[in-house]
Design a protein around this ligand. Structure first.
Ligand code: SAM
Length: 215
C-alpha cells in the first residue's frame, strides 16, 4: 500500500483548514501578499492550501491550476471558484512527485517543499524550474535551518533548506525578490523562511550575438 504523503503534516493542515473555514479566516499570508503583484498569465500554484493566493490571482485575471494533497482544501477552493466563476482548476495531488505537463508563466510553491523528504524536495525544486516558461517566473518559499517549530512535520521526512539554498538554486535566473524572515511560533520557538521570486532567462541570445551568428 502506498503511504499517504506526510500523514502527520496533512492531519495538521486538515485541522487548521477546518478551523479557518469555520471562522472564515481567509486573509492572505505575508508571502502571498509579497508574491501576488508578480503574477500574470497562466499560474501553477503547488501546495495551494485553501487557495487564497489562487483566488486573488484569478481575480487579477490569471488562469490558475491549483494543486494540494488536502481534499478538504481542494473542495473548498473548487466551491469558491465555482461560486465566483473564477478561472481556477483545483485538483487533489500528491506533490512528492510533480506529475504535470506543459509550462506556465508563473509557478508558485509557498510553504510546500519543506514537507517533502530532502531528495524529493530537491527534485521538486528542479521540476518547478522546468515548469516555468522562458521569461516566466518562479515564486518559492521554504522554511530554512534555524527553524525550531517542528509540530507540523511528519517525522518520516521533511526538509529545512540551507538559508542561501534557494537564491543559489536560482543563481542563473534574474532574482526579482528575496526575503529571509523570522517569525515567532508557539512554545517560544521560531519559524525562519526564505522567499525567492526569480525570472527564467528567455533562452534567446542577446541581439548583438544573434547578429554575429547570422554572419
Ligand atoms: C504551509 S501550507 C501552505 C499553503 C498555502 N500555499 C499558503 O501559503 O497558505 C502547506 C501546504 O502543503 C500541502 N502539502 C504538504 N505535503 C504535500 C504533498 N506531499 N503533496 C501535496 N500537498 C502537500 C498541505 O496540504 C498544505 O496545504
Amino acid at each position: 500500500m502506498t503511504r499517504k504523503p506526510g500523514k502527520r503534516s496533512l492531519d495538521f493542515f486538515d485541522l487548521q483548514f477546518a478551523r479557518q473555514i469555520a471562522q472564515r479566516e481567509f486573509a492572505l499570508n505575508p508571502f502571498e501578499q509579497a508574491i501576488i503583484p508578480f503574477l500574470s498569465g497562466e499560474v501553477l500554484d503547488l501546495g495551494c492550501g485553501l487557495g487564497n493566493l489562487a483566488q486573488a490571482a484569478a481575480r487579477n485575471g490569471c488562469t490558475v491550476t491549483a494543486l494540494d494533497a488536502s481534499r478538504s482544501a481542494i473542495e473548498h477552493l473548487a466551491r469558491c471558484a465555482s461560486q465566483e466563476r473564477l478561472r481556477i482548476e483545483a485538483r487533489e495531488a500528491d506533490l512528492r512527485s510533480i506529475a504535470i505537463r506543459g509550462q506556465f508563466d508563473c509557478v508558485v510553491a509557498i510553504g510546500l517543499l519543506m514537507f517533502l523528504p530532502p531528495p524529493a524536495a530537491r527534485a521538486a525544486l528542479t521540476r518547478i524550474q522546468s515548469l516555468v516558461r522562458p521569461s516566466g517566473l518562479a515564486a518559492v518559499n521554504v522554511l530554512v535551518e534555524g527553524t525550531t517549530y517542528l509540530d507540523m512535520f511528519d517525522p518520516a521526512g521533511y526538509c529545512l533548506f540551507r538559508e542561501r539554498q534557494l537564491p543559489e538554486a536560482f543563481a542563473a535566473w534574474a532574482q526579482e525578490y528575496l526575503a529571509i524572515e523570522t517569525f515567532p511560533a508557539p512554545g517560544d520557538t521560531i519559524k525562519r523562511f526564505c522567499t525567492v521570486v526569480a525570472r527564467r532567462p528567455s533562452g534567446r541570445l542577446p541581439k548583438r550575438q544573434r547578429a554575429s551568428r547570422g554572419k
